[in-house]
Ligand binder design. Structure first.
Ligand code: PEP
Ligand code: MG
Length: 556
């Protein structure tokens, strides 16, 4: 077994703790006709009871009331007599327990989907309960987030947004995954949970459960064979990172005082808990679709109005850039993406949905405008995702203005939009560069693909050149150009972006202090110099190395 595994670092910090793997969904063995039908039926019934009791116990322990309600509902599904009866019938017809359970859950899922509303939303959770029950029948470890009873590093093949949402940050200290790229939504959610992690880390699932590992998010390394001295050394470094995060303060500025606002990326009002202090400069990306990921029906006007008002209130009068629903590809929303697409990342997503079905956007903009009027001090900017042409931009701005929203902009995350940045900036009040998608589409490299992480490196000169075009357009037309993709959280890139004319950087709260410190190390002229240097680099590694070399002593 190697001593360390390399991947792509997510977030900041170092954690030393035992690794525990996420249980894989069980595979159904081949079917066999049952001899002892009563015993087989009992086996299935016991498994349903075990899982129901486990879910109920977790619901009683859950500190979050929403999680408690969901777990309670799931426990009730597992103990529903109708489900048990159907399993009995199937076993009576000589179907073995795993297959009987599988089929019974399948017809239960169809029933819930047909019922619609809240029940249909829970239909997605049935696969999780089914896998748990079948694992119990087969005597396999329970799939899903493990609960070893002590703090641990969670290792997984990959994590779905639903898995990540169920993580208890009191016991999960860090995340490591074999799959998932640096800009996958898993990584984004992990960052917003404030957990350090390493994604795209091949081999890490072969580490035995319980092995003490060190996860260094900054270095993108998971170390395994760590002796006592190394543990002490790592813990000391972990404390230094924490101390640094606590002491950095003040608004984002270069060494000579040029302001670059350092904003937060959020998915809900709760992401601002504890984040709004005197140094808080606002929200640069509020991903509204994160509120509705498990929904089958469109959120109502009232529901959206109160969710947006909660965020505006939590931001305490600071700017909040609200992004309209970015449904599609790795964030499908069933109510917005009803038709399966052969190639969803290149399909009808983001503003393209709005242009085909304006109803969803119209309700969202109206709900946001109402939320603004509900909150005493509200500074809401609104922007659309996946804009490809100046015409898309003009269309969106016109809709936002008709809804009564004063500051309207768009994301630049499609290469065509970056190439025509000037024409796009001319149509809007501001733009924000989404480097995650811009990288994916520039390099034709799926952002979820761990194997392509070298192409998804934000230091790739082709990506930097497109960002520079956006900065130039903003400077020429005197309009703000922010960055809200994951690249904004890289401290070493902060000076590069400042030198390209970028006016704000938006990231997870945990990254703000490190970016603030990095930005304050160079004057604007030095930033401009380093921006020119990296644009001349041939490779991502060369660009990074050029940016990290000390600045020339005479200024240039
Ligand atoms: C991006 O693409 O960089 C971005 C910020 O949007 P998302 O990651 O939500 O697609
Ligand atoms: Mg995007």
């Amino acid at each position: 077994m190697p001593d360390s595994y390399r991947g792509v670092g997510v977030g900041v910090g170092i954690v030393v703790a035992p690794l525990v793997k996420m249980g894989r969904p069980p595979e159904l063995p081949s079917a066999h006709p049952v001899e002892d039908r009563p015993a087989e039926a009992e086996l299935a019934k016991q498994a349903l009871a075990t899982v129901s009791a486990d879910l109920l116990a977790r619901s009683l322990e859950a500190s979050d009331p929403t999680a408690a309600t969901i777990l309670d509902a799931l426990s009730m599904i597992a103990s529903d007599p109708a489900l048990g009866d159907q399993v009995d019938e199937l076993v009576a017809a000589r179907t073995d327990a795993p297959h009987a359970l599988h089929r019974a859950f399948e017809s239960y899922r169809e029933m819930l989907t047909e019922a619609g509303g809240y029940l249909a939303e829970r239909a997605q959770d049935l696969a999780d309960i089914r896998d748990r029950v079948i694992a119990v029948v087969l005597g396999l470890p329970m799939p899903g987030i493990p609960d070893p009873g002590h703090p641990f590093v969670l290792a997984a093949d990959d994590l779905s947004p639903a898995d990540t949402a169920g993580i208890d940050t009191g016991s999960v200290l860090a995340l490591v995954t074999e799959g998932g790229g640096p800009t996958s939504h898993t990584a984004i959610l992990a960052r917003s949970l404030g957990l350090p992690g390493v994604a795209a880390c091949p081999g890490v699932m072969s580490v035995a459960d319980g092995t003490v590992v060190a996860v260094d998010a900054g270095a993108g390394v998971v170390e395994v064979a760590i002796d006592h001295d190394r543990q002490v050394e790592l813990q000391r470094r972990a404390q230094l990172v924490e101390a640094e995060l606590e002491t950095a303060a003040g608004p984002g500025r270069t060494a000579d005082g040029h302001p670059i606002a350092l904003l937060h990326n959020i998915g809900a009002a709760s992401d601002l808990d504890g984040a709004v202090d005197e140094h808080f400069e606002g929200v640069g990306l509020f991903r509204t679709e994160f509120l509705f990921l498990d929904r089958t029906d469109a959120p109502s006007f009232d529901e959206q109005r109160s969710a947006y008002a909660a965020v505006l209130r939590a931001a305490g009068g600071r700017k909040v850039v609200v992004r309209t629903l970015d449904a599609g590809a790795d964030k499908p929303l069933p109510f917005a993406n009803p038709e399966p697409e052969p190639n969803p990342a290149l399909g009808v997503r983001g503003v393209r949905i709005a242009r085909q079905t304006p109803e969803i956007l119209t309700v969202q903009l109206a709900a946001l405008a109402a939320a603004v009027s509900d909150v005493e001090r509200a500074e809401a900017w609104v922007m659309a995702p996946m804009v490809a042409t100046p015409d898309d931009a003009a269309w969106f701005v016109q809709h936002a203005r008709s809804a009564g929203l004063g500051t309207a902009g768009v994301m630049i995350e499609v290469p065509a939009a970056a190439i025509r940045a000037r024409e796009i900036v001319a149509e809007v009040d501001f733009v924000s560069v989404g480097t995650n998608d811009l990288c994916q589409y520039t390099f034709a490299a799926d952002r979820m693909a761990g194997a392509l992480s070298t192409l998804l490196d934000p230091w790739q000169p082709a990506l930097l050149e497109l960002i520079a075009r956006c900065g130039d357009a903003g400077r020429a037309l005197g309009k703000p150009v922010g960055i809200c993709g994951e690249a904004a959280a890289d401290p070493a890139l902060a000076a590069v972006f400042a030198g390209m004319g970028i006016t704000s950087l938006s990231m997870t709260a945990r990254a703000v202090p490190l970016v603030r410190r990095a930005l304050a190390a160079s004057t604007l002229t030095e930033c401009e110099h380093v921006a020119k240097l990296v644009l001349g680099a041939a490779t991502a590694d060369a660009a990074r190395a050029l940016a990290l070399q000390p600045p020339p002593r005479d200024g240039r």
